[in-house]
Design a protein around this ligand. Structure first.
Ligand code: KG4
Ligand code: ZN
Length: 357
């Protein structure tokens, strides 16, 4: 089975061709990713309109390159998969419309993929991980602990009440005058900083649920920075180290809690799986390793280029769905919001509304 995958939900224009053999093993024949980071860096974050235009300009070429590198023609494909959300709607429209056009012209099935589902299933592309497993999705837009029970069967065990984890890194970096994206910069600074210098809070620690909250931590960083301003380079490094240590301890605690919830409801998971750009952080990987060792759960951490946004994960999710006969009609609409676990999302919205009453 051979599928083309297209990813345009954020600031990466990506396309890939992935093949699944009869024995279930997967092969990535091509995986082309064009990052728009330079176009957004001056603004300190992704600008939706710039992203959408950049996707329009680049996508045809990226798909063409992915097909050429794979050495396949469109006629060889069994399906065309595209991320149909959640994400910045302009970009999602570009990717989904392009996929529809190819599917229509070449008379191939269209597979509309939930971007989060693609992250969730990547461990099966890289490691053939059997269901069920526990997913920790940690990116610039998402922070979720999810029980992955089967294709299309996801139960959200924990999520953030405010900022996403990557967003917390990015905002901390911005506050300290570091570049965008902030995560890698904070990690670099932290290596030469004192992680015990600033006593920052560990939000949500020791709670029975598996939820996160980062806005209080961000505020604590701001208050400390204001207190000691102006900041020397060593102050910045110490602040980064102290911030990262707080996040690491929170991730460790929340994952332990998530694992407990998983076991109570679904038994023993086959693995603890990492996904999302923040999983690139070595200190956070250390926390994942610790949870894995302490609980005797194997850790599956896909290579970095498959943790961050890419087309191969979309193509693979397309293969998984196509194998089950799950294809989509041409009137499939792009979605800015598209929760993996609709019931948990509805419950979260209900709670938030109640809190304001
Ligand atoms: O998954 P991703 O590439 O894009 C989406 O958000 O979908 O994740 C990007 C996020 C950014 O917030 C970035 O700052 C963060 O991942 N990130 C990191 C590191 N590398 C990327 N955060 C902490 N440490 C890193 N080394
Ligand atoms: Zn992503």
């Amino acid at each position: 089975m051979l599928v083309l995958g297209i990813e345009t939900t954020c600031d990466e224009t990506a396309a890939a061709v992935v093949e699944r053999n009869t024995d279930g093993s997967a092969r990535i024949l091509s995986n082309v990713v064009l990052s728009q980071i330079e176009q957004h860096a001056a603004f300190g974050g992704v600008v939706p309109e710039i992203a959408a235009r950049a996707h329009v300009e680049a996508l045809d070429l990226i798909i063409d390159q992915a097909m050429r590198e794979a050495g396949k023609s469109y006629d060889d494909l069994d399906g065309i998969a595209a991320a149909a959300g959640p994400g910045l709607i302009g970009g999602v429209i570009v990717g989904l419309t392009t996929a529809k056009a190819i599917a229509l012209v070449k008379n191939k099935p269209l597979i509309a993929i939930n971007h989060l589902e693609a992250h969730a299933l990547t461990a099966r592309l890289t490691d053939n991980t059997p269901f069920p497993y526990l997913l920790f999705l940690a990116s610039g837009g998402h922070t979720q602990i999810v029980a992955v029970l089967g294709v299309g069967n996801y139960v959200r065990l924990g999520t953030t009440q405010d900022d996403a984890i990557g967003e917390a890194f990015d905002k901390t970096a911005k506050l300290l005058g570091l570049g965008y994206p902030g995560g890698p910069e904070v990690e670099r600074q932290a290596t030469r900083g004192d992680k015990e210098r600033f006593a920052l809070p560990r939000p949500m620690q020791h709670r029975k649920d598996a939820d996160f909250s980062f806005s209080g931590l961000k505020t604590a960083v701001r208050l400390e920075a204001e207190r000691i301003a102006p900041l020397s380079p060593q102050d910045v490094a110490d602040m980064c180290a102290s911030f990262q240590q707080a996040v690491v301890e929170v991730v460790h605690d929340r994952l332990r809690s998530g694992l407990r919830l998983f076991r109570a409801r679904f038994g023993e998971p086959h693995a603890l799986v990492a996904a999302g750009g923040v999983a690139a952080n070595q200190a956070i990987r250390g926390a994942l390793n610790r949870v894995a060792m302490e609980t005797g759960t194997p850790l599956v951490a896909p290579p970095l280029n498959l943790c961050t946004d890419n087309g191969a994960m979309i193509a693979w999710a397309g293969i998984e769905r196509l194998a089950l006969g799950l294809t989509d009609a041409m009137d499939m609409a792009p979605r800015a919001r598209w929760p993996l676990d609709a019931s948990a999302a509805a419950e979260g919205a209900r709670k938030r509304t109640a809190a304001y009453k």
